[in-house]
Design a protein. Structure first.
Length: 134
């Protein structure tokens, strides 16, 4: 009898995960640059708070991207997507509880930038991929 070798199929999420991590890296870099600029122009505390506000949003999104295609969450994509919200909420709670003084406006601005920038960067990467492939 012929020997059959099993080779797992390439994950359909592999390319999506790569673009998502790339979008998260670009967004994190933009928030770091924005935080540095704010620290230079206004003060160190608002710059750090802007960066931390962005991280509170980006870290759960990174976890979500890492979990894409995992066996644990297969068949439960809605639960996976929903799970990032309590994680972000816990991050905001911890940030406001542990960091004093804190500039709430800078934290909010960092979070808004992260929420808006990740899907925009991801969409640009998807469009660029589609343009290159055909």
């Amino acid at each position: 009898p012929a020997q059959v070798t099993y080779r797992p199929a390439t994950s359909p999420f592999k390319a999506v995960k790569a673009r998502m991590f790339s979008a998260l890296l670009v967004t994190t870099t933009a928030i770091a640059v924005g935080g540095g600029l704010l620290a230079f122009l206004v003060g160190v505390q608002p710059g750090v708070d802007l960066f931390l506000g962005g991280l509170v949003v980006i870290l759960p999104q990174s976890w979500l991207a890492y979990q894409l295609g995992s066996q644990r969450w297969s068949g439960k994509p809605g639960m996976l997507a929903f799970a990032k919200y309590p994680l972000a909420g816990a991050g905001f709670a911890a940030l406001f509880a542990l960091k004093t003084p804190i500039n709430g406006l800078a934290v909010l601005a960092g979070a808004v930038i992260a929420i808006g920038a990740v899907p925009i960067v991801f969409a640009v990467k998807e469009r660029t991929k589609a343009t290159k492939s055909g």
